[in-house]
Write a new protein. Structure first.
Length: 308
């Protein structure tokens, strides 16, 4: 019996020793460039040593800064909105104010006709430019970029810490051709106290809901082409239809992201990149050797000047 126990012990011991030796290999990552200044569009070649299992690249450009990789909130200094519209058919004399843009921080978020109260909304259309009647479908007119924090004269006082809703309100009367309105761009951005512009929502991300009032026969349609209201001919019934966005958080931002350059199955000794805008960039490479036994992350930074 003792002999069998002894043999088993010999078999187990090497196995335990083998497990104890398994660990992530420490990483000696180094990154350098041939010079410290480059021209816009010039090829920057990063020389990489250490052959990390994983390597991620942060260019230092907007949306790709290592320092903001975990940022999910930002304090707005300004909140800007810009959209583009195309109008066809109808006349202002017969169909006045057929499209209006409204904003609310009082709307209860109930997307039902009886929950739409005009008193909860502020008409801010006058701050923007709408399309006139166009001869074709391809001509869109920019509204201009408007800072929503400066619309107190319009009766809207922005609370950056509260959710905000937007609504495109369509009104059309039966008896004459009702205008057709198409929106193909909607860009809501926040400018942080650091002077950085970050996106809050685009047209698709605002997730519009069409709400028909007064038995309106037509609805707003959201597709990959944009937000559209088709109106109708003189015999179509009257329309009052709202397209209301989802609640939008003005302080919520997407963390900056890096680009994964390699994994443990590949090798990378150089990486080429070009910058499109002049400035001073802090480029960051994050390398790591990792497995179930441990991880050795290493951060290397390179500062470059990019000129015209």
């Amino acid at each position: 019996m003792k002999r069998y126990i002894y043999i088993a012990s010999l078999l187990v011991l090497p196995s335990l020793q083998s497990c104890e030796k398994k660990e992530a290999i420490p990483l000696n990552l180094e990154v350098h460039t041939d010079k410290n200044s480059y021209k816009v569009g010039e090829r920057v070649l990063f020389h990489i040593s250490g052959n990390p299992d994983q390597l991620t690249f942060f260019s230092g450009e907007e949306g790709h800064k290592y320092v903001y990789r975990e940022r999910t909130k930002a304090i707005p200094q300004a909140v800007t909105l810009e959209f583009s519209s195309n109008r066809r058919y109808g006349t202002d004399a017969q169909q006045p104010n057929s499209l209006r843009l409204l904003v609310s921080q009082q709307f209860a978020g109930i997307y039902q006709p009886d929950a739409i109260k005009e008193s909860d909304w502020v008409d801010i259309t006058a701050a923007f430019k709408l399309s006139g009647i166009q001869a074709n479908d391809a001509t869109y007119v920019s509204s201009g970029q408007v800072d929503l924090s400066k619309l107190s004269a319009s009766g809207f006082n922005l609370n950056a810490n509260a959710m905000v809703y937007f609504a495109f309100k369509y009104s059309g009367k039966t008896g004459s051709t009702q205008p057709r309105w198409w929106i193909n761009q909607f860009s809501l951005n926040t400018e942080t106290t650091e002077g950085i512009t970050l996106p809050i929502a685009n047209l698709q991300g605002a997730a519009w809901t069409s709400i028909a009032l007064e038995n309106s026969p037509v609805s707003w349609l959201l597709s990959s082409a944009g937000l559209r209201f088709q109106g109708g001919g003189a015999t179509i019934g009257s329309n009052q239809v709202w397209a209301i966005s989802k609640p939008l958080d003005l302080t919520s931002v997407t963390p900056d992201k890096g680009v994964a350059l390699k994994n443990m199955s590949t090798r990378m000794d150089t990486y080429a990149y070009s910058f499109t805008t002049p400035g001073t960039y802090e480029i960051t490479f994050v390398g790591s050797n990792s497995n179930v036994y441990g991880e050795y992350p290493v951060v290397k930074k390179v500062e470059l000047e990019v000129t015209e």
